[in-house]
Design a protein around this ligand. Structure first.
Ligand code: DAH
Length: 333
C-alpha cells in the first residue's frame, strides 16, 4: 500500500510537470483526488484490512492526500502567474503608435462674434437682453414710428402670421419692450438675436440673419456719445487701423440717423445703422423727450463676421459645412 501511494505521488509529479493549461490541470486533479480516484478507492478498502492496521494506513492515505493537494495548489499558482504574465505582455501599450483622433465640435463663428461683441459692451456697463422672434406689429413697427402706411415697411419685406403678429424683421422691437418695462428709468442694453425678412437669398442676403441692437437712454445723451461708443467698438473689433465713416441716413425711429461703413480695402461696406432715438419713440414708450435722450444702433452680425474673417458668402454660416466651420475652431482670433 505504501508503495502504491508513493507511486501515485511520483506519477502526479511527473504529469503535473507536463501540464500547461487550466483544462488538463482540472482533469488531472479530479482524476487524482475526485470520487472515482484510486486514493478514494484505497480509503474505501480500508475496511478490508485488519483492525489494528486501519489507523496507520488511514493516516498514511490522508497524509498523501494532503501532499497531493499541496502539489496541485502549487501548480495552480504557477499556471495563474503564467496566465497573468501572458496577459500583461499582450496588453502593453505601445506609446509610439499614432493616436486615434476623436472629432470634436466647437462654437459657431457667429456665436464667437456675438460673444466678442458682448464682452466689449458688458465692459462698458451694458446689460444683455433678449426678445421674442415672434413679435407684435405694434412693437416691430408702430411704436418705432413706422405707421401702417409708412414707406419703410416696404423695405422690411416681413413674414406675417396675421395682421398683428409677425416674425420680427429687426431687433429694434426689443428697444420698445425694454422701455415699456423701465418706465422712464435710464437704460443701457444690447440685444443679439435672429431676425427674418422675405429677401431672396444671395451672397449677401438670407431670409434669416442676426442683428445686435443697442439702446442707451439717460439725461444729456448726445450724438457725441454715440460716435465715441461706435468708434471704440469698431477699433476693438477690427483693430486700430480699420477705417470707418459715418454717413447721414434715415431711419423712422432715430433723428438724426447715420449709417456706419467699414472700408474693406476696396469699398465701404455698411455694417450698422444708428442715431438719436426719435422723440416720438421716446414719448410713445412713456419717456419725457424733453428730459431724457438716447441713442440706438443696430448691427448686422453676419456682415461683421464676413468682414473680419473674410467670408465671401453669407450662406456659408448656415450650411454647416465642417470644412468651413473647422477654420474657426478654437474660439476668437
Ligand atoms: N433696425 C434697423 C434695420 O434693421 C437697424 C437700426 C438702425 C437699428 C438704426 C437702430 C438704429 O437701433 O438706431 O435696418
Amino acid at each position: 500500500m505504501n508503495e502504491k501511494l508513493n507511486k501515485i505521488v511520483s506519477d502526479v509529479k511527473e504529469q503535473l510537470a507536463l501540464i500547461k493549461d487550466e483544462n488538463s490541470f482540472r482533469n488531472l486533479k479530479s482524476s487524482v483526488l475526485g470520487k472515482k480516484s484510486e486514493i478514494n478507492d484505497m480509503m474505501s478498502s480500508l475496511r478490508d484490512l485488519p483492525t489494528e492496521e486501519r489507523p496507520r494506513m488511514g493516516q498514511l492515505i490522508n497524509e498523501t492526500k494532503t501532499l497531493l493537494s499541496e502539489l496541485f495548489n502549487l501548480k495552480d499558482e504557477e499556471l495563474k502567474s503564467v496566465e497573468l504574465e501572458k496577459k500583461l505582455s499582450a496588453e502593453t501599450i505601445d506609446v509610439t503608435l499614432p493616436g486615434i483622433n476623436v472629432p470634436s465640435g466647437s462654437t459657431h463663428l457667429l456665436k464667437n462674434v456675438i460673444e466678442d461683441f458682448e464682452q466689449f459692451f458688458i465692459g462698458l456697463g451694458y446689460e444683455v437682453k433678449e426678445g421674442p422672434e415672434v413679435e407684435f406689429d405694434n412693437y416691430n413697427f408702430e411704436m418705432l414710428n413706422i405707421g401702417k402706411d409708412h414707406p419703410a415697411r416696404a423695405m422690411h419685406d416681413t413674414f406675417y402670421f396675421n395682421e398683428n403678429k409677425l416674425l420680427r424683421s429687426h431687433t429694434s422691437p426689443v428697444q420698445i419692450r425694454t422701455m415699456l418695462k423701465a418706465k422712464g428709468k435710464p437704460i443701457k442694453i444690447i440685444c443679439p438675436g435672429k431676425v427674418y425678412r422675405r429677401d431672396d437669398d444671395d451672397q449677401y442676403h438670407s431670409h434669416q440673419f442676426m442683428q445686435i441692437e443697442g439702446l442707451v437712454i439717460d439725461e444729456n445723451i448726445t450724438m457725441g456719445d454715440l460716435n465715441g461708443t461706435l468708434n471704440a467698438f469698431i477699433k476693438y473689433f477690427f483693430g486700430e487701423e480699420k477705417e470707418i465713416r459715418l454717413r447721414p441716413s434715415y431711419f423712422p425711429f432715430t433723428e438724426p440717423s447715420v449709417e456706419v461703413d467699414v472700408f474693406d480695402g476696396e469699398e465701404y461696406i455698411e455694417i450698422l445703422g444708428a442715431g438719436m432715438v426719435h422723440p416720438n419713440v421716446l414719448e410713445m414708450a412713456g419717456y419725457d423727450s424733453t428730459k431724457m435722450q438716447g441713442f440706438a444702433f443696430g448691427i448686422g452680425v453676419e456682415r461683421l463676421a464676413m468682414l473680419k474673417y473674410e467670408v465671401d458668402d453669407i450662406r456659408r454660416f448656415y450650411t454647416n459645412d465642417v470644412r468651413f466651420l473647422n477654420q474657426f475652431k478654437g474660439g476668437r482670433k
